[in-house]
Design a protein around this ligand. Structure first.
Ligand code: MN
Length: 257
């Protein structure tokens, strides 16, 4: 992976820090594959974390909710990744007909990790399903299907290449996201049919697309570093623009500061 932007190199590279400060728990899905069931994670997450000097430890859906504390004992940060829809029962709604790929074990594992991360203020980077599970874990709700529930919304889930930028976002000045990407507006890829609706406790919106769909949230206050985005920066680490690499760099800098 070539990175021609020498301005992004730093003498304080996270890669020089001890490995205990660079390990990140990365949640994964599970999927039927022929006659077997496999843990599954898009490799781009691993590539993006390693490029930022971090070491991913992959966490599949687990049956033991008590595992969250042991997992976070072993890492410096938590990354919540993309995947299927969260069971709407988690936020007290009836299931819309477009809801798909629900995995209640994954929901439970990730909600327990968010609750434990909040308790101990573990930094969290959340992507796509990750922003949604973060929000639901903290008491928020979701738009269950943007095309049918948000008339006039932009296309957020088109069948385009994973690294194709499909809509703009505007970002709250001074927010973690703005500081990480280095701009107040940019263009992002988009592969989601759900989005954050009612905000969870202690969260604030820091990025939206032009149709008002929530594309980024963070924690209120400064005692818990939480950066959550609805797009897929891990698919954009080869892009000419530094925006998406900036999100992983900010996470790495927080963990190793
Ligand atoms: Mn979008």
């Amino acid at each position: 992976m070539q990175n021609n932007n020498v301005g992004e190199r730093s003498p304080l590279s996270p890669a020089r820090k001890p490995i205990s400060a660079r390990t990140v728990a990365v949640t994964a899905g599970i999927r039927q594959d022929g006659d077997t069931t496999r843990v599954r994670l898009t490799a781009a997450y691993v590539t993006a974390l390693e490029a930022a000097g971090l070491v991913p430890l992959i966490i599949p859906p687990l049956t033991d909710k008590g595992a969250a504390a042991a997992i976070l004992d072993s890492v410096a940060g938590l990354m919540l990744t993309g995947g299927g829809d969260i069971d709407p029962a988690r936020y007290g709604e009836r299931r819309h007909e477009k809801v798909s790929n629900v995995n209640v074990a994954r929901d439970a594992t990730e909600v327990a990790l968010v609750e434990e991360a909040r308790r101990r203020r573990t930094p969290v980077l959340a992507i796509c399903r990750g922003i949604q599970v973060l929000n639901v874990a903290l008491g928020g709700t979701l738009v269950q299907d943007i095309p049918s529930q948000c008339p006039g919304a932009l296309a957020h889930d088109e069948d385009t290449p994973r690294n194709s930028r499909s809509h703009d976002i505007s970002v709250e000045p001074g927010s973690l996201i703005a500081n990480a990407i280095g701009t107040g507006s940019c263009s992002v890829n988009s592969f989601h049919h759900q989005s954050v609706k009612g905000l969870g406790e202690g969260l604030k919106v820091t990025a939206r697309s032009p149709d008002g769909v929530i594309e980024g949230i963070e924690a209120e206050g400064e005692d818990w570093w939480v950066l959550a985005v609805q797009w897929h920066p891990e698919e954009m680490t080869d892009s000419a623009e530094p925006w998406d690499r900036g999100l992983f760099r900010a996470f790495a800098e927080k963990l190793t500061a």
